[in-house]
Design a protein around this ligand. Structure first.
Ligand SMILES: N[C@@H](CCC(=O)N[C@@H](CS)C(=O)NCC(=O)O)C(=O)O
Length: 249
């Protein structure tokens, strides 16, 4: 997929550059995919280990992945979540990232943000059909349960393994992505969570996804090597630091 960006500055109507994005479709035709007057603004968690880098929030990465996959220009405002500035608390009273500005309004929550992006910038379409939208959705909570567990016999590892196995089997039949051939919203939500799972469980539990789950393993490899993923992923050290309170607490 390629994108052509045309910026028009109308001499009398307005002096604000008006940008039109055209997306080239598989049949070769260009189609208008979005119109915007400037980069979208998004607040993201700041890295605690590396200056001027996005930190370890999987919900923020989901939003950044959506912006990348839709070829939308954006500006990231990094927020120190351990010492939240007043300007941030004004736009995000709950003190949470991500928040994204659309039509002069700041919107919180990655679910709401990604739906709003899909509505306003429908090309390329990323929505996952409703019957597949919740595939893999219990993996993240079962990962957290296992990560926090101090009792090896409490069943949390088994719960995680059965969620991962169900996902592996789904991808075997329906993959390579949740919705088949093309990446969609469900992958952009799950990918960052699987990335956290891989790093945190290796570090804190010396645990890795079993080799027998071949479809899951190749799914993870595919998602983690998307250009959009490489561009928006946090550094390993941030993921490890981010989960430390859950493990030690
Ligand atoms: N349901 C929200 C969850 C957002 C969330 O929990 N963000 C975390 C960072 S990953 C946060 O901002 N926490 C506030 C804090 O750490 O003070 C979403 O999907 O956007």
């Amino acid at each position: 997929m390629s994108t052509l960006c045309v910026t028009i500055i109308h001499p009398t109507v307005c002096r604000i550059p008006y940008r039109i994005l055209f997306t080239r479709h598989r049949n070769g035709a260009f189609k208008i995919c979005s119109k915007a007057s400037g980069p979208l603004e998004v607040c993201a968690k700041e890295s605690v280990t590396t200056p001027n880098r996005v930190g370890d929030c999987p919900f923020t990465q989901r939003v950044l992945l959506t912006l990348e996959e839709k070829n939308l220009p954006y500006d990231v405002k990094l927020v120190n979540l351990t010492n939240k500035p007043d300007w941030f608390l004004e736009i995000s009273p709950e003190g949470k990232v991500p928040v994204l500005k659309i039509d002069e309004q700041w919107i919180p929550d990655s679910d709401v943000i990604t739906k709003a992006l899909e509505e306003k910038f429908p090309e390329p379409p990323l929505a996952t059909p409703v019957e597949k939208a919740s595939v893999g959705s219990k993996i993240f909570s079962s990962f957290i349960g296992f990560l926090k567990s101090k009792d090896p016999n409490d069943g949390t590892e088994q719960t995680l393994l059965s969620e991962l196995t169900a996902f592996n089997d789904f991808i075997e039949k329906n993959g390579p992505f949740v919705n088949g051939k093309e990446v969609s919203a469900a992958d952009l939500s799950l990918g960052p969570k699987l990335y956290h799972l891989e790093i945190a469980l290796a570090h804190y539990k010396n645990w890795s996804v079993p080799d027998s789950l071949t479809y899951l393993k190749s799914y993870m490899k595919t998602i983690f090597s998307l250009d959009s993923f490489v561009k928006t992923r946090p550094v390993t050290e941030d993921v490890i630091e981010g989960w430390r309170p859950k493990v030690t607490g």
